[in-house]
Structures are given as structure tokens and as C-alpha cells.
Design a protein around this ligand. Sequence first.
Ligand SMILES: Cc1ncc(COP(=O)(O)O)c(C=O)c1O
Length: 468
Amino acid sequence: MSDSWAISGLDLHLDLAGPRVRASLEAALREAVRGGRLRPGTRLPASRALATDLGIARNTVADCYAQLVAEGWLSARQGSGTWVAERAPSVSPAAPGPVAAAARRIRYDLRTGVPDVSAFPRQAWLAAGRKALGAAPAQALGYTDPRGLPQLREALAGYLARARGVAVAPDRVVVCAGFAQGLELLCEALRARGATTLAAEALGYPRHWRIAEKSGLSVTAVSVDDGGAVTAGLSPADALLLTPTHQFPLGVPLAPARRRQAADWASSAGAVIVEDDYDGELRYDRPAVGALQALAPEHVVYAGTASKSLAPGLRLGWLVLPARLVDDVVAVKSAAGRLSSSLDQLTLAEFLTSGAYDRQVRRVRLAYRRRRDRLVAAVRAAAPQVRVTGIAAGLHALLRLPPGQDEDALVARAARHGLAVEGLGDYRLGGSNGGDGGPALVVGYATPPGHAYSTAVARLCAVLSAGD
Ligand SMILES: Cc1ncc(COP(=O)(O)O)c(C=O)c1O
């Protein structure tokens, strides 16, 4: 597929906030052409595809294209699409501004974290919201229970027990703004009870360590290897942050013996395990790994999120807490006024109980599995020296580079090809070596919208096959 196909609304970094959507789309496209970011001959996405990516009406895009064709910025022919005119008015390729330069650097985003938000199930979400709001009692729109609306806690309890094997009752559930806020609430509550230390996997998500530190906890490293966190001989800590279903970023499940070991450690030390189940539903060719929490519900906080299955912008997550922590966490949450939106909660409750959430999970599982298969096949063919691991679940893969290859140099070269990827070193806690020293890239395959994905993978393969 040619490069020139790969422009999407997201790639263009268009900010279409405000009432004059068409005018700002026109201005943004003009600016992209004028500044040289969209070069002559570059083909633009079909109006339907761009409209979907940007969340606007197709006619708005079609009208905008027609206007820019009339002005000479774009060319179009019936049945052949729309592209940047060969001689657009006053193109000045020299010295694009810093914004244009940055945008060019990340035309294809293969970092982890964000699912394909252009595939968000807007219609199903709207239908659930309409139905839920219509049926909601007026009190649901007042100041509500800081644990979350009862409808949602009930729905989550049912879903988590069935789909994730969590030992849960609705009164143990606290709704929060994604995992990040759940962790923050918990760390603050633990700190207020006298906790001082959180142990975390030596390879993990840096923002989470910073959240714990901001709450006053010191963060120590637990080694990880191909069986997940090394749980034998854990040093004393008040809490242990784990990704047992799908170690982030190695992509492996916690070995069964280690699950037991971790649960026993928490029970005997009176400590708390925080189970980050960020993408537990997204597994492909392995059986479901149930929640670790079920082994020790009074010592494990189960934490889930809608950020991977639906969208991070929803800011919806949930904690399932041991009895002794419920009041403390709720107190922290309400003291700071961190209540969650009733409308979003009602909508998610309806989404869960109607079966729409299950359908969404099945749909994205299929879509991401296809993306993963394409990535793995392409990398194996183009760069057989690279070992692809951690692929049985989730939204990212680990590309193990030959020993001695410079991870940072490869990330920099990818950036020159317009690709954003990250090295494993970006996820290393402090000076620890994580127990897993080799160079690797952490490649997320979910973020690019569908029509940009092939180009993103092709560019990655070109970068990998070129060597150091
Ligand atoms: C390891 C891990 N846990 C949790 C999350 C989800 O965070 P949140 O629910 O705050 O969006 C992410 C998001 O990228 C993550 O990488």
C-alpha cells in the first residue's frame, strides 16, 4: 500500500473543537498543504473514512473537500478520490513550523496505551445512554453515592464474576475515573493508614509509580521474567502492584505457582496486592486467565478499566476492595469531590446488562487479533532476527532485538520514518534491570485507525530490516 494512502483524521492532528467544524477542517487542511505537511499528490482518505475518524458528518467532509478543490488546494476525479493538488496555491515546503514537524514525526502511532478510538461503538453507546437516562430515577442526577451508582456496581459485580472470575459483591465495588484514579485513591487511603512502601514490577507503567510516589509511598522494584513477577522471597512492602493476567509490558501471564505465592505473601504479611487487570478481556489464543483476586479477596484489590475495551476518554474504571479498605477509599474519594458522572455510569450499567459490552469485547478481540496476526507475520518475514513475544493477549507485542542492537537508535530511526514506538527501557523502574535485560521494542498495534495500519506496519518492518 502506498504511503500516500495513510492520512487519517487522527494523523492530521486536527482540532475541530467549536461550532464551526467545516471551517476549521478547511483551515487545518489548507495549513497542512501550505506548510508542506501534506505534499502534492498525497491522497486523502475517503470522506466517509475521515468523517468516521473525526466524529463528524460525512457531508461536512465532502463539502470541505469540494471547497478546497474549488480553491485549487486539492484535486478530485469522480471515482478516483481526492488528493493534494500538484500545484497548490503558495506551497512553501521550507521550514515547517514546530507543530507541523512534530505532527510529521508521529504520523503512525505504534505506542501502547490507546485502542482504536475511531472504532468506538458510538451508536450502541448512545442507545444505551438514551435508554438508561430515560429509565433513571431523578435522584441519580443529584449528588450520588461516592462508591458509584448502585445500578453500575450491581452490573459490574455480575460481569466481573462471570467474565473475570472476581469474588465480588456490589458493596465492595468503587467506581473510579480509570485505573489511574483507582490507584491514586488506594495509595492515598493506604498512606493514611500508615503504609510507606509499594513494590512494583521492575518493568511496568511509569505513570503508576509516579502516582504512588505522589501519595507519599516509596516504590521498590520486583524483578520480572518470562513467568511474570518473581514472587519468591519478596521483600517487605505494604502493597504490591501486579499485572498478573498480562504482564505489562512483557505480555506474559503470571505463572500459576507465583499467583499462589503472591496471594500467600499478601495474606501472611498483611499486605495488599493491587491487581491491574487493564486488558484482561483481550486474549486471543490462550484460555482466559481468571482474576488473581479470587485467591485472596481480602488481600487483593482488583482494578479494571474501560480504557482498552471501550475508550480511555470515558475515564471509567472500577475497584473491587477488601472489606477493610472500602470505607477508607470511599472517604478519600468523596473528600476530594471525585465523584463520577451519573450519565456515564448509567450508560455503562446499561451497556453491561444489555450484553452490548460483551458484543464490544468480542468485536474488538477479533479486530485486534487480526492486527496482531498481521504484525507478527510481517515482522517475521521482514526481520527474522527479531523475536516477537507476548502476543497471546492484549494490544501490544514485544519485539526482541538481537543482543547488542541499540534500542534508542532504533526508536530514533522509527521517528524519522514518522513512526512512534517505544523501547523497553522506557518502562524500566529506576535503575533496575527488570531481570530482563535484552533490547526490545514495545509495539502497540491498536492505536492507528484501520486504513493507516498497513502503512504503519510496513514502515516498522522497513525500520527493523535496515538494522542499526
Ligand atoms: C499497564 C496499564 N494499566 C492500566 C492502564 C489503564 O489506565 P486508565 O484506566 O487509567 O486509562 C494502562 C493504560 O495504558 C496500562 O498501560
